[in-house]
Design a protein. Structure first.
Length: 321
């Protein structure tokens, strides 16, 4: 079976070099394996996403030498490649989960959820775990609450352990209940990242998901969805995040290290690629290289701390011209 990987950015801002590293690693993984590489635009959050950013990120990737076999501007058998145009697939998945008894309406308000802030934490990005306040409501109680508030839909996590092997982090084990039931469709109608990414990766035949370490703890939830929908899960690899010299994660707010800023400053793409390859431990010292020149040297990311630090020295080398 042909291996298929992907890069799936959210067009809510300009790509920075941390995004570029993840995209590069995912692309190199597939090019080295002789596989196929898919670009998908994760614009399910329409309030945050901007078409201009989607166009910009494609220009930035091509500038780096990262191309794609399927996706925007290219097309392919799994089109469309924008999540905002794939909502009918998410509705079908919700219907399947509903029929299987894996969903329930949740009427909790933001203030009610904030009040459980002292509860054990689940996903790092979401705070306290949900204690299942609406899971056992009677039909009459649900009807009464529905008259006052449109509910979200929550997915019931399985009680058994979820195990998987991560190519970077190693064996992972998590009790399903420890992550708690989670929202798959918000009260305002927006589908969750967890549902959309699971449905899309399965529909597009993705065999290898390589992404940032910040998404490692969301993987058990996606595995539970794969299981409930009867879908085959891909292999996972979560690469370290890039941080600055003070240890803070690079973000789209660091405008000096966006690809657009580097392009505007006429930094050669080979210089950025060489810096990223050196950070990952694929080459011994930073030197300008093309994306295709990195294919044979791609391998495990070498880091003792679990993160990759963009030192001031490396930042200077990158922008020195």
């Amino acid at each position: 079976m042909t291996r298929r990987g992907r890069f799936a950015p959210t067009p809510s801002g300009l790509l920075h070099i941390g995004n570029a590293f993840t995209a590069l690693a995912a692309w190199l993984q597939m090019r080295q394996a002789g596989g196929e590489f898919v670009l998908r635009i994760e614009d399910i959050d329409k309030a945050r996403s901007r078409p201009a950013y989607a166009e910009q990120l494609q220009d930035d990737l091509l500038w780096l030498g990262i191309d794609w076999d399927e996706g925007p501007r290219v097309g392919g058998p799994c089109a469309p490649y924008e999540q905002s145009r794939r909502e009918s697939l998410y509705e079908e998945a919700l219907e399947q989960l509903q029929q299987a008894g894996r969903l329930y309406p949740c009427y909790c308000s933001r203030s009610e959820l904030a009040a459980i802030g002292s509860a054990p934490h689940g996903l790092a990005s979401e705070g306290a775990t949900y204690p299942g306040l609406c899971r056992s409501l009677s039909p009459a109680e649900r009807q009464a609450r529905a008259a006052k508030k449109t509910p979200a839909l929550r997915f019931i996590m399985p009680p058994h352990e979820l195990r998987f092997y991560d190519a970077v982090a190693g064996p992972q084990t998590c009790a399903g209940e420890a992550l708690s039931d989670f929202v798959v469709k918000r009260a305002d109608g927006m589908f969750s990242y967890q549902l959309a990414v699971t449905v899309d990766d399965a529909a597009m035949g993705i065999t290898d998901v390589l992404r940032g370490a910040d998404l490692l703890d969301s993987t058990p939830r996606q595995l539970a969805l794969y299981e409930a929908l009867g879908l085959r899960a891909p292999d996972f690899a979560h690469v370290p995040l890039l941080v600055d010299a003070s240890g803070r994660r690079l973000s789209k707010r660091d405008s000096a290290l966006t690809l657009a800023a580097l392009r505007s400053a006429q930094v050669p793409p080979e210089r950025l690629l060489g810096a990223l390859a050196h950070l990952a431990g694929w080459i011994d010292r930073p030197e300008p290289l093309t994306a295709r020149e990195l294919i044979p040297v791609f391998g495990p990311v070498r880091t003792a701390s679990g993160r990759l630090t963009v030192s001031e020295q490396l930042r200077h080398w990158l922008t020195a011209g």
